[in-house]
Ligand binder design. Structure first.
Ligand code: SF4
Ligand code: SF4
Length: 337
């Protein structure tokens, strides 16, 4: 890019040796920011674009160091239940200056969202190049949603591709303009698209985003011969009814021979602790909601298989290169329908 300052998003994590985000060993870059509002999101720290902090209560020793540097009253010491003092947080007063994180000696505070330059990100993601070559892996750009930062994602993909490294992109395909995605076609080797519901009303009401642009983009990707893998997060009470399953099967059947595969990802409760640490526990609507047993999604897996989709997993890929040409060797799935 010349003459334009590239907006580089905050990075919540760069995860190396990942086996879940595409074929082979991967390094996954998680960008912070997403326009969708999935209430079950198990990575809530990637939803908001701005920096936040985790408060790890179990590590806090109520020393008060953070309150001494807090400029806004976002952290104060108040009398505790016994004779001592205890920490009280008021996130509504927080300006995310992260001074509290800098002075905490016990990791009671942790900043969420790291500022990195494009060069720093590239250096880190390309440091495992030999592993990518040996395993058929590469770099996965994830989030949040990478398409929330289309210019940055395009530039990152261009720079990675200069090294001929495989690129996967995890997205909900939310943009309302196909032109946001189109330039990525020649750079991205595998699009991993989340389809959260096939019901337009439910999609809009619960997730806060229309389904139509998502399906339009998905169909553009199909028409463009892009390699595509679909992720279906199955969430109790949201999209786990027989009708929901049937809708997925009917829709995806049309594209069965165009898909690399479908991964059914059962909702899990691991995200709950993150909502608490972020001070957002009131937002979390799934408290006490039990995970579905794997058998619950078997009808969906079987239906997709019968619809002609060659690779259907429950739980996602675990590090085996898989492509339509290699379906005969489609092993290494946690569960293959
Ligand atoms: S500095 Fe860390 S340990 Fe001390 S009160 Fe603050 S969060 Fe707790
Ligand atoms: S990040 Fe928030 S709580 Fe921490 S010192 Fe700054 S204003 Fe206070």
């Amino acid at each position: 890019m010349t003459g334009v300052t590239l907006k580089v998003p905050l990075i919540t994590e760069i995860q190396r040796f990942s086996l879940q985000d595409g074929p082979g060993f991967r390094t996954t870059v998680f960008l912070k920011g997403c326009p969708l509002k999935c209430p079950w999101c198990h990575n809530p720290e990637t939803q908001r674009p701005a920096q936040e902090y985790y408060y790890n209560q179990a590590r806090c020793v109520s020393c008060g160091r953070c309150t001494a540097v807090c400029p806004t009253g976002g952290s104060t010491m108040v009398p505790g239940p016994g004779k001592g003092m205890m920490l009280q947080l008021d996130r509504s007063k927080c300006i995310n200056c992260m001074r509290c994180v800098a002075v905490c000696l016990t990791e009671g505070r942790e900043s969420v969202g790291q500022t990195m330059s494009l060069e720093d990100i590239l250096q880190e993601v390309l440091s495992d190049e030999p592993f990518y070559r040996n395993s058929g892996g590469g770099v996965t750009i994830s989030g949040g949603d990478p398409l929330f930062y289309p210019e940055f994602t395009l530039e990152l993909a261009k720079r990675i591709k200069l090294r001929k490294v495989h690129i996967a992109l995890e997205t909900s395909c939310f943009p309302k303009n196909w032109k946001t995605i189109e330039p990525l076609l020649e750079l991205v080797d595998l699009f991993i698209v989340d389809l959260k519901s096939m019901n337009p009303q439910k999609h809009e009401d619960v997730i806060g985003w229309p389904l139509k642009p998502i399906l339009d983009n998905f169909e553009h990707l199909i028409a463009s011969q892009a390699k595509l893998r679909v992720h279906i997060p199955v969430v109790p009470g949201f999209n786990d009814s027989p009708e929901d399953f049937e809708n997925y099967i009917t829709y995806l059947k049309q594209y069965a021979d165009r898909l690399e595969g479908v991964d059914i990802l059962n909702y899990h409760v691991y995200g709950e602790g993150k909502y608490i640490s972020l001070g957002r526990e009131k937002e979390y609507q799934y408290k006490g909601v039990e995970e579905n047993p794997p058998e619950k999604v078997l009808p969906l897996a079987r239906g997709l298989k019968l619809a002609g989709i060659g690779s259907v997993t429950i739980g996602g890929l675990v590090g085996i290169t898989t492509s339509r040409e290699e379906r005969g060797r489609d092993v290494g799935m946690r569960c293959v329908a």
